[in-house]
Design a protein around this ligand. Structure first.
Ligand code: PAF
Length: 312
């Protein structure tokens, strides 16, 4: 297959307005084709591409949105520095199976007079909400609700790296009776364990090495849990020690109940271990789900059987 040229890609696939998006999708909808939506802020990496490929394998039409949503950035400098490379994104998304790229302007999404916001209460007070302020999830919830209303997909795909975001989106879709299924797919990692993120491109070589402390801390806690440690205090202390030995002081390290995000004292069932840290001025997050299983007699136990990190 000859490579897709940028002009071909742009001509065939990119739509900029809600009206164009709706008219592109209307015929598909009338004929009952399944529509999948992969919302992104661009700077696509393998994590996004795995969502697009997954959607391609399951839906008859795949829409990818590329929109750096100003409403969810609590720091102006973070918004300004956020990587933007639409040409590359379009080619990558088409290659991975996108049929339609929706790349609206800020004015198209938030026209003059725009005055509505979606706020998911409770869940958004914790972890990222506590660290970044309430405007972050208000911005995410508002834009995702709008994207779901604009594209009206049957299924929307998100990465489990943003575990709290997935919970917030599932909650809003259920509460607002949106006729969409929300699917979360496992975090995609670099070979050395670093979770893929558009922000990784902002790390210098030294910061890139230090950033590995996040996945190393998740691994260390997984090992301790596998060895039978159940105290949240001990598990969290081990995560802090791993981070601090790499010179990383986290914004938070939390062991929480995976649906409510309530802190837990002991690992008795499935739990979410979540970390946020700044490496220089690049803010990264990562998480793992810990699943204790009933201990088998040690003679029958395989390494890693007692507890598994499912989204490593
Ligand atoms: O996860 C992201 O990239 C963004 O938060 C999302 C879901 C595309 C909303 O802007």
């Amino acid at each position: 297959m000859s490579p897709i040229t940028p002009s071909e890609v742009a001509r065939t696939s990119v739509v900029r307005t809600v009206a164009e998006l709706r008219s592109r999708l209307a015929a598909h909808r009338r004929t009952g084709l399944t529509i999948g939506l992969v919302p992104t802020m661009g700077a696509l990496h393998e994590g996004h591409l795995s969502l697009i490929r997954h959607a391609r394998a399951r839906c008859e039409r795949v829409v990818v949105s590329l929109f750096v949503n100003p409403a969810q950035f609590n720091e102006r400098s973070d918004l300004e520095r956020y990587p933007r490379r639409e040409r590359d994104d379009v080619a990558l998304a088409v290659e991975a199976g996108a049929d339609v790229l929706f790349a609206p302007s800020v004015e198209e999404v938030y026209p003059p007079g725009f005055a509505t916001s979606v706020e998911v209460l409770g869940l958004t007070d914790r972890l990222e909400g506590a660290a970044r302020g309430s405007e972050h999830f208000r911005g995410v919830a508002t834009v995702v609700t709008k994207l779901l209303c604009m594209a009206m997909p049957d299924v929307a795909y998100f990465g489990q790296k943003d575990a709290q975001q997935v919970l917030v989106i599932r909650r809003l879709a259920a509460d607002l009776n949106l006729p969409v299924r929300i699917e979360a797919l496992p975090t995609v990692r670099e070979p050395d364990g670093l979770a893929m993120s558009s922000r990784n491109a902002l790390l210098d070589p030294d910061q890139r090495v230090r950033a590995l402390a996040l996945s190393a801390a998740l691994d260390r806690v997984g090992e301790l849990a596998t060895a039978g440690e159940r105290s949240a205090e001990a598990l969290l202390a081990a995560a802090h020690a791993t981070l601090s030995s790499a010179g990383v002081s986290p914004e938070y390290v939390a062991l929480v109940e995976p649906d409510t995000l309530e802190p837990i004292d002991r690992l008795t069932g499935e739990a979410l271990l979540a970390i946020a840290a700044r490496i220089g001025d690049v803010r990264l997050i990562d998480n793992a789900t810990l699943r204790p299983t009933p201990a088998a007699p040690s003679s029958q136990r395989l390494p890693g059987e007692t507890i598994t990190r499912c989204n490593a």
